[in-house]
Design a protein around this ligand. Structure first.
Ligand code: PEP
Length: 246
């Protein structure tokens, strides 16, 4: 069985009700390739609204959640709360969470494990900085980030990995299709050797970093790229073209 193409939109901290209703309009109008799974990552305060108003072929993700069901964690939201409003996905470990909010590999892995145990599906983000790439450490970094998660979970069937080189996020500098393919291939080999060949074969690895309507088709032809995680362009009608890249 082939891996189903999966395209996520990460709205980050953008949008208001008026803008979100415009986004929902272009998603509704589509048409969106039914062979592609589509997920939008929505600011927490709008999750319930988007879940209630999004077309049925568009799934909804939180952009973060904590590793407990409830309690004294001011400002956090829990997997149980997401499940309560029928949100089934969460994006964890985004580089902005890692860099701006100092989330460590360990914390992210704990959150991934807890979200999965709670019945959520997870888009787990990994990726190297420009400094790490230039120092020849790309593989070391992404393998370390995957290993932290592998140490905490056994079942990968509800995980999508998003490989997002930090230097390509929001910068307009996309990884070339070959650069992305090389890392995706290495990740699959690492997973095959260190987790299992079956997981390596079945797990979907998205590319993220300045994906646009103009560059998505070529990126999508690479054999180990199984979809995209899209920031800026997911707020614009060109997101439909990205969903339909394959
Ligand atoms: C992202 O936020 O995950 C992302 C890839 O952003 P952009 O597409 O804007 O680079």
């Amino acid at each position: 069985m082939g891996r189903k193409f999966v395209v996520g939109g990460n709205w980050k901290m953008n949008g208001n009700k008026a803008q979100i209703s415009d986004i929902l309009k272009f998603l509704e109008a589509g048409p969106l390739n039914p062979e592609t799974e589509v997920i939008v990552g929505v600011p927490a305060i709008y999750l319930d609204y988007v879940k209630s108003n999004a077309p049925a072929n568009v799934q909804v993700a939180a952009q973060n959640c904590y590793k407990a069901d409830k309690g004294a964690f001011t400002g956090e939201i829990s997997p149980a709360m997401l499940k309560d409003i029928k949100v089934n996905w969460v994006i964890l470990g985004h580089s902005e969470r890692r860099q701006l909010f100092k989330e460590t590999d360990e914390l992210i892995a704990e959150k991934v494990a807890f979200a999965l145990e709670s019945g959520l599906k997870v888009i787990a983000c990994i990726g190297e900085t420009l400094e790490e790439r230039e120092a020849g450490k790309t593989e070391e970094v992404v393998f370390r980030q995957i290993k932290a998660i592998a140490d905490k979970i056994k079942d990968w069937s509800n995980v999508v990995i998003a490989y997002e080189p930090v230097w390509a996020i929001g910068t307009g500098k996309t990884a070339t299709p070959q650069q992305a393919q090389d890392v995706h291939k290495s990740l699959r080999e690492y997973i095959s050797q260190n987790i299992s060949p079956e997981v390596a074969q079945s797990i979907r690895i998205q590319y993220g970093g300045s994906v646009t309507g103009a560059n998505c088709k070529e990126l999508g032809t690479q054999s180990d790229i199984d979809g995209f995680l899209v920031g800026g362009a997911s707020l614009k009608p060109e997101f439909v073209n990205i969903v339909n890249a394959k």
